[in-house]
Ligand binder design. Structure first.
Ligand code: GLU
Length: 282
């Protein structure tokens, strides 16, 4: 099987040194194995994603010397595929509609009988307020959640994945206990966009034939959600390579609003692609 990876930016701002590091790491790993790096534009969040940021992504990546097959996947073109994946999980009776706002969730978690709220890879572990609601009662104002205990019980064995990155190389397993207490009932479909980052990324990695996901260490914990969804949907499992994050001099990870480290800033101030590779730590 030939090596296929992807770089999957969201067009919500200018790419910075951290994105350069991520894209170059993916590209170099693909090149070293005679494989391919695909590009995917993660633009499901219509309010935050803008066409001019997408144009800048292409310009920045080309300037860095990266190349990719012409056909770029765009998540906004893939809503029917995400709906099909969601329908499959609904047909498996693993989903329920949820009308809780963030405020409702915080209020439920502050009740005296609840322990300290747990922050999982999909936000606060959901207290289960809407779990007894049926899909037949769902309306357009509801989000759709996965009943994670039911989902884990449906699998013949606990999901696991192989990490090839520098920090935690080896096999990692999602146990029922960690799924319930550390992740909880994740949102599969937000009420505004009808899908979620997790569901979309899992559908796309499979559709693009990704053999190794290369991305930042900040997404390591989210991988447990992705392998669970892959097993429920009977999708193939890529390997995962979570690279270290590029940080500023105070140790903070870079943000899109930090324009001083934007690739476009380095381009405009006479730096070379080689300078940017060095600044990103390559
Ligand atoms: N779109 C995500 C981001 O910009 C990356 C998601 C992924 O690589 O799985 O951070």
């Amino acid at each position: 099987m030939s090596y296929v990876t992807r770089f999957a930016p969201s067009p919500t701002g200018p790419l910075h040194l951290g994105h350069a590091f991520s894209a170059l790491t993916a590209f170099n790993r693909a090149r070293a194995q005679g494989g391919t790096m695909l590009l995917r534009i993660e633009d499901i969040d219509r309010d935050r994603c803008k066409p001019h940021w997408e144009t800048l992504i292409f310009e920045d990546l080309r300037w860095l010397g990266l190349a990719w097959p012409e056909k770029v996947m765009r998540q906004s073109d893939r809503l029917p595929a995400y709906r099909a994946a969601l329908d499959r999980l609904i047909a498996m009776e693993l989903c329920y509609p949820c009308r809780c706002t963030r405020g409702d969730i915080r209020a439920a978690l502050s009740a005296p009988q609840e322990g300290a709220p747990v922050q999982g890879p999909d936000g606060l572990v959901y207290p289960g307020t809407c779990r007894s609601r049926r899909m037949s009662e769902a309306d357009a104002t509801d989000a759709i959640r996965l009943d994670i205990a039911a989902a884990m019980d449906r699998l013949p064995r606990d999901p696991h994945f192989t990490e090839t990155g520098p920090q935690n190389p080896g096999t990692h397993e999602l146990t029922r206990d960690n799924a319930i207490n550390g992740i909880g009932d994740i949102v599969l479909a937000r009420r505004d966009i009808g899908t979620s980052y997790h569901l979309s990324v899992v559908a796309d990695d499979s559709a693009q034939g990704i053999t190794e996901v290369v991305r930042g260490a900040d997404l390591f914990e989210a991988t447990y959600i992705h392998i669970l969804l892959q097993d429920l949907l009977a999708l193939p499992r890529p390997a995962y390579h979570h690279h270290d994050l590029v940080r500023d001099e105070t140790g903070k990870r870079l943000a899109k609003r930090d324009d001083a480290r934007a690739i476009r800033h380095y381009r405009a101030t006479g730096h070379t692609p080689q300078d940017v590779r060095r600044l990103a730590g390559l």
